[in-house]
Write a protein that binds this ligand. Structure first.
Ligand SMILES: [Zn+2]
Length: 166
């Protein structure tokens, strides 16, 4: 989806549900990395916009790159003794893996629902089993709702427990 921030809605809801072991930063990073592809092809006017990185194989590769980047960052934070509570949770190995993998795979699923040039199972088959089932508007509306719900729950926890959820 060229409008990457819609994907963050699902991440915010997941963060509200699993604050300590869901890596929202890794989730968002995987989504942004995947959408460099359609951004590049849109800017250079080459079609289709959704290619290798919008397949399950490409998404897996992107998730692994995200995991490597975050694992290196986690080691650097530890070495430099940068130690905030929310950072500790965001850079916990479970958070990194969970965030990156769910970010990449949810991206492919959501984009497959709304983009006709998606071939999520390529190179094994060009069939997109998810396309055409959901209007783009309804998918985006659900993601916005999830994002607002996530922010609301995070804010509630912050107000009543006097701490950030991280
Ligand atoms: Zn996309």
């Amino acid at each position: 989806m060229p409008v990457t921030p819609f994907h963050f809605g699902a991440g915010l809801a997941a963060k509200a549900a699993l604050p300590a072991r869901f890596g929202l930063l890794a989730f968002c990073t995987a989504n942004v990395l995947i959408d460099i592809e359609p951004l590049y092809y849109a800017l250079t006017r080459q079609y289709p916009l959704h290619r290798f990185f919008h397949t399950l194989v490409g998404a897996t590769l992107t998730a692994l790159v995200t995991i490597i980047l975050f694992t290196i960052t986690a080691h650097l934070l530890k070495r430099w003794r940068i130690n905030f509570n929310w950072l500790t949770n965001e850079f916990h190995p479970t958070s990194i893996w969970f965030g990156a993998l769910s970010g990449a795979y949810s991206h492919i699923l959501l984009d497959s629902l709304v983009h006709e040039d998606m071939h999520p199972l390529s190179p094994f088959t060009q069939i997109n089993p998810f396309t055409g089932n959901f209007p783009r508007f309804s998918v985006e509306t659900i993601l916005v709702f999830m994002g607002l719900l996530g922010i609301f729950l995070i804010a509630i926890r912050f107000v009543f427990h006097k701490r950030a959820i991280w």
